[in-house]
Structure formats: structure tokens, C-alpha cells
Write a protein that binds this ligand. Structure first.
Ligand code: MN
Length: 399
């Protein structure tokens, strides 16, 4: 009998997804803005190369105006001649645009904030000044021969009429893509759907979304945005980034592929290695419960689950670990049962009777209650002890 790994109740999407979905990964820019971390230029090159090899279409490589080191790193990445398009962040300032131009990027990601809060307290500019800045900056960038994607910052807290005015201005000035930004991650899936929908109704240019995870909605919001017609999404590896982070690349790609039947052509088998590269670079461990790339999603300890997994892994997994370059681990601990013990003994051709197996399981559970995870070495020591004591002890009834 054939079993489906995902729920038969999944529908493709509430609305047809756009024909072309572009992922632009910002691990090297927003990801690096995670407090306390930095990538060396060599690490940036390794990560960009891996992203490109895996088929991520666009890579936001950095913010060239932010430091000399960032500018050099972006230029080193554009010099690699990767298959992916290379993007760089820029404010609406000629110095930023010049810095991005020097790096010879394929596309600049120009942004200016549009919420009253940001315009008043950060930018100290009036809405009229913002509109005119959008125009002069886009004209300047185009005069320098650059292709521009234009994003409004803090879009989800901006006045909708003003936001549309800003996008109209950017569109009129030839922006090749418009961007909605949920800068503080405060939109829910319904809000982002409404906003994307309104912007799509009023503009003709492809639209991207940059979403943060402050309420834990980043991934859901990305799907909601695509359903409302957005064509591009920012991701980062493992969802790293400012505060609660961004949409995790691997989670969006896997959700689209398996739950929405949209294969973006990204080589998912590289996800675990990519996450390891990124987390090693910042001296962090991948959180164990991280979907797809952590160790727990494919680790099983509970006796009931392990017994079923040994018969058919799909009983407690929806996707094979090989698909994301991860591996399955069957572990011993306080929740262990007999099935894994029997299976391990059979692998090594160790003979034990039912009573011995029960003794082994009891000892594993006790060790697990005592200190959690029971290692393979500990398991074999327990086996040794139980089986050896049997050999040394008096003859026993083996009913
Ligand atoms: Mn951000």
C-alpha cells in the first residue's frame, strides 16, 4: 500500500502561487546583523558559493556603504562570477549607491522608511521629502547604470495611501522590483495578505517581501504573501538575522516543495551542510529542534516511536532525512523500549533471551532517568554486563 507523507487535507494554496518565485537570500547581510556575530570575507565567499551551487537565484551579499570590509567582501563575491545574481543594500544616498556601484552588483536593494514613526523619529523627513528622495536616488542609481529593487522600510506600519504613492514614484522612476518590509515582524498572515494584495492591485512591478519573525510568523507570512501575489521572498539560512530573525531558507523551500507542490529547483540535499557551514562560521550550534537542519527532527527515542520507525520511518517522519542532507538517529534514553535493543543486538549478532532484553531495557531506562541521553558506548556496556552476568551466573530457566 502507498502512503502519502503529507496530509491529504493540504491544499496547494488559497490562491494560485505566482508562476515564478524568487528567493533572495540575505544570510550575508540581514543574517550578519544578528547581534554579536560576523562573517570573515573567506566565510562569506564559502557561503555565497554554496548558496549559488545549491541554486539560490539571488544573494544579498552585504551593505557596501556600511564598512570598508563589507565593501571588499561584496566585491570579492561579485568577482567570483557565481551563477546567482548578487545584490547589495543601499540607502537612498549617493554615497551608498556609489559604494554598491563600485562592487559591480547585479541589483541594488534601495530602501527608505515610510512609516510616520520612522520618518519622524529616525529619518526626520516629511513624507514629501521622502517621495522626492525616492525619485532623485532612483534617477541617480539609473544614471550610474544600476538596476534597482526598491523597498519601503517598516511598510507594515505605514499609511497605505502614502505607501502606494511611494511605490508609484519608484515604479515611475523605473524600479525593477518593489519591496514590502515587515521590519519589526508585527504583521500576522492576514495583515500581510491584505497589504500585498492592496499593493499588487495598485502596481504592475514584481513585488518582494522581507519578513521578520518577532511573533513567530515569518514563514507563515511568506506563504501568505506568495498567495497574495508577491513574487520574491527574503530568506536566511536557519532564519538567522536581527532580533528573532528572518524566514528560514530551508523551511520555505521545503514547505513550498512538499506542502504547496512548488519545486524551486533548489538542491535541498545541501541544507544540513549549508546550515553547518553558517553556524560553524558564527561559532553557534544549530538549535537541536531546528526544522530540517537540526538533529532532533530525525532523532527518535520513545520506544513506541522507535518500534514503528523500524518498521516504516514514515510513521513518525514526513520527509526522509536524506532529502535535506540530514540523518536519522535512533537513540537510547529513559523512553526506550525493547524494539531498538533487539534491533541493535541483531545487527551485531548478539544473542539474548527475553528476560535479558528486559534487564537491558530496565538498565537503559534507569541510566536515562539518571542523566538523560544514553550513549551507544553506555548501551554496549550495559549489554556486556547483562549478558556476561548471565554467562557467569547459574544456569537459568529460559522459558
Ligand atoms: Mn531585516
Amino acid at each position: 500500500m502507498e502512503f502519502s507523507a503529507v496530509s491529504p487535507y493540504n491544499v496547494a494554496a488559497r490562491a494560485p502561487l505566482p508562476d515564478k518565485i524568487t528567493i533572495y537570500d540575505s544570510t550575508l547581510r540581514d543574517g550578519e546583523q544578528m547581534p554579536g556575530i560576523r562573517f570573515t570575507p573567506e566565510q562569506k565567499i564559502a557561503i555565497a558559493t554554496k548558496l549559488s551551487e545549491m541554486g539560490v537565484p539571488q544573494i544579498e551579499a552585504g551593505f557596501p556603504a556600511s564598512s570598508d570590509q563589507d565593501r571588499r567582501a561584496v566585491k570579492m563575491i561579485t568577482d567570483l562570477g557565481l551563477k546567482s545574481e548578487i545584490l547589495a543594500l543601499s540607502r537612498t544616498m549617493s554615497a551608498d549607491i556609489d559604494a554598491a556601484a563600485e562592487c559591480e552588483v547585479d541589483l541594488i536593494l534601495m530602501f527608505i522608511c515610510t512609516s510616520d514613526l520612522h520618518m519622524q523619529y529616525k529619518l526626520k523627513m516629511t513624507p514629501e521629502e521622502v517621495l522626492s528622495r525616492v525619485e532623485t536616488s532612483l534617477d541617480y542609481a539609473h544614471a550610474r547604470g544600476l538596476k534597482v529593487a526598491f523597498s519601503s522600510e517598516d511598510s507594515t506600519r505605514s499609511n497605505l495611501m502614502f505607501l502606494i504613492d511611494v511605490y508609484h514614484t519608484a515604479e515611475r522612476c523605473g524600479a525593477s522590483r518593489l519591496g514590502i518590509t515587515d521590519t519589526v515582524g508585527c504583521a500576522n498572515p492576514e495583515a500581510i495578505h491584505y497589504l500585498v494584495n492592496k499593493v499588487k492591485e495598485n502596481t504592475k512591478t514584481p513585488l518582494s517581501v522581507h519578513l521578520h519573525n518577532d511573533f513567530g510568523f515569518a514563514l507563515a507570512n511568506s506563504i501568505s504573501s506568495l498567495e497574495a501575489g508577491a513574487e520574491a521572498v527574503t530568506t536566511t539560512v536557519g532564519g538567522i538575522g536581527e532580533r528573532a530573525g528572518n524566514v528560514p531558507l530551508e523551511q520555505l523551500v521545503m514547505a513550498l516543495k512538499h506542502l504547496y507542490k512548488r519545486d524551486l529547483g533548489i538542491k535541498t540535499e545541501g541544507f544540513r551542510a549549508l546550515a553547518t557551514l553558517v553556524f560553524d562560521s558564527i561559532n553557534m550550534t544549530i538549535p537541536p529542534n531546528q526544522p530540517w537542519v537540526g538533529l532532533n527532527p530525525f532523532s527518535h527515542e520513545s520506544g513506541i516511536h522507535v518500534a514503528a520507525i523500524l518498521n516504516n520511518p514514515m510513521t513518525y517522519e514526513s520527509v526522509n532525512p536524506e532529502q535535506v542532507g540530514n540523518r536519522r538517529r535512533l537513540l537510547f534514553g529513559k523512553h526506550s523500549g525493547t524494539a531498538l535493543v533487539k534491533s541493535r543486538l541483531a545487527e551485531k549478532k548478539v544473542i539474548a533471551d527475553q528476560e535479558q532484553i528486559c534487564d537491558i531495557v530496565r538498565a537503559i531506562k534507569k541510566a536515562g532517568e539518571d542523566h538523560g541521553r544514553v550513549s551507544d558506548e553506555e548501551f554496549w556496556a550495559i549489554v556486556q554486563k547483562v549478558v556476561a552476568s548471565e554467562l557467569k551466573g547459574p544456569a537459568r530457566d529460559t522459558r
